[in-house]
Design a protein around this ligand. Sequence first.
Ligand SMILES: [Zn+2]
Length: 373
Amino acid sequence: MSKAAFIYGETLTNPFFGEEHVLKPSRIQYTYELLECYKAFREPSSRVIPPREATSDDLLPFHTPGYTEAVKSISDGETRFDPAAYNFSPYGDNPPYPGMFEAAIAPVGASLLAAQIVADREVDAAFNASGGLHHAAPNRASGFCIFNDVVIAIKYLLGRGMRVAYIDIDAHHGDGVQNAFYSSNKVITISFHEWGKFLFPGTGDVDEIGTGDGAGYSVNIPFLPHADDETYLWVFPQLVPPLVESFKPDIVVTQLGADTHYLDPLTHLALTTDGYTELVRRMGSLSPRWLALGGGGYAEGVVPRMWTLAYGVMAGMEWPDEIPPEYQERYGIKRLRDSEKPAIDDSIKQQTHHFAEVVVKEIKERVFPLHGL
Ligand SMILES: [Zn+2]
């Protein structure tokens, strides 16, 4: 029987950018509570594990000492550093906020712990829903991300001698992770996302395939707005299993951003809970060792459902569709899975599918031969 762990503690639910910001770490708490209501942690094969605390030293494998110090100083309310130099601005995506250092470093400790327990084979899968902050750069914040727990966790796994396949299904391109390993063949990064022409950060085109030793080890699968379950599940099996199988990873790291859902207010993709869960299932089946991280997701009634379903895949548990009454009463959410599908015009469906065909063809031509496929 497979063993799974969900990393949870209150330190993971503190907002980095203040209570008003669209990124609400309270969604980690709502996910945990929903799992609790489903009695997800009553079996010995499925546990909640509290995060370990991270320190500045944990950041240094990726972030510059200057950036780390600046975030701490700005977070403490000092004026030694210019926030704008690190992409913090009260008017932008990343408004500086008192206590942001502590709030932002907590998911790093959680991802490192999750990586460690999977590497040590204590569990087969570990899920840090507070992680997956894939945009942060070595010396600047970006796209609601201050510290890149993904890169830090992958570097930890590389340090343990493991080959890592990273698959990112967040609606936004996983640029920070791709950049960190762009010239490496020890990590293959595969990002599914809404095409950069329509969505932040603007990168992630099919021709970004890596450089030097890393040529062929960055794979980008952009979608047009309104790409739905059908399109995703048409593309995935053609590209991901062949690439990952030929790479032979020791572990799969997945970024499970929930902002691909059709109700997400910031993006334009059209996955349902069913399509998302199927993608998660297919990613999890690629390796016996699985580090799962969260990511984006801005529809409050959606994210806890998506991540509860994802954890169900990891723990090998099926939840009834009717949400337990105590959760229904608390949050007014009645069903775990979507009962509706997004209405998408046929001509739009055809366009998104045609675009996906072109992308698949392009990747098969450009990337597959570099792996002997
Ligand atoms: Zn996102």
